[in-house]
Design a protein around this ligand. Structure first.
Ligand code: ADE
Length: 229
């Protein structure tokens, strides 16, 4: 799978060179590139934004550099691609979204800043035959730009690609969680730490009993979480 990120802050994505995703990029299980939006901005100032029509606070990202940058991605790549606009107004991202995006050959992120991107950009590319367009929010809060949301989305999607996670069994266990159970609590040595003991059943060697305990503990955790909302 290939990831392309269009952004005014390419350095924001440096953390992707760490850990399992970095290794996957190195061994070419994943391809990753950033495109600097300012390359497509006119004039010496390389400005990518302007004041909003109708007035109001803040700045809006101009459509021209976005159109030119996305057109370049289309011209340099073949076939259908998934174009993701991270926005707090999008549909809320979850594990099902990650699974669905992980079937893509090419995920392209358009990271807006300021008050957002001129709305005609989404309207234009939604109608494009080679694009499946997604507007995605990582939660009901506002961060300073799409970059943080793109990082979260990339990490959630990339770890589902074969060859990225060292132990694919950890994905299998998660896939049992489709009904929305959170995972069970986990323990390692020592068996007693600061007077707190690991649950006896986990030391019993009884796999059936362990499975039942983990299922119940995951449900209890989920119940406690909902109670907090
Ligand atoms: N940009 C700003 N806030 C965001 C959010 N919550 N999700 C996705 N993109 C964003």
């Amino acid at each position: 799978m290939k990831f392309t990120v269009i952004t005014i802050f390419p350095e924001y994505f440096a953390p992707l060179s760490l850990s399992l995703i970095g290794k996957a990029i190195e061994k070419e299980a994943l391809e990753f590139e950033t495109i600097d939006l300012r390359k497509f901005a006119p004039g010496n100032r390389r400005s990518v934004d302007d004041t909003p029509y109708g007035g109001g606070a803040g700045m809006v990202m101009s459509p021209e550099p976005w159109g030119d940058a996305i057109d370049e991605v289309l011209s340099k790549n073949e076939g259908v691609l998934d174009l993701v606009f991270p926005t707090p107004a999008g549909s809320v991202f979850n594990q099902r979204t990650a699974e669905s995006l992980s079937t893509s050959n090419h995920l392209v992120f358009a990271c807006g800043r300021y008050e957002g991107i001129d709305a005609r950009v989404v309207d234009f590319y939604r109608a494009h035959l080679r694009i499946r367009l997604h507007e995605i929010s990582i939660g009901d809060y506002v961060i300073n730009g799409g970059e943080g949301a793109a990082l979260v989305t990339i990490e959630a999607v990339a770890r589902l690609i074969p060859g990225v996670i060292g132990n694919p069994d950890s994905l299998l266990e998660e896939s049992h969680n489709e009904i929305g159970e959170v995972e069970y609590p986990v323990y390692t040595k020592p068996a007693i730490w600061r007077g707190l003991a690991v649950p006896d059943v986990l030391l019993s060697g009884n796999h059936g009993a362990i499975q039942n305990w983990r299922r119940d503990a995951a449900r209890k955790r989920k119940g406690a979480q909902n109670g907090r909302e």
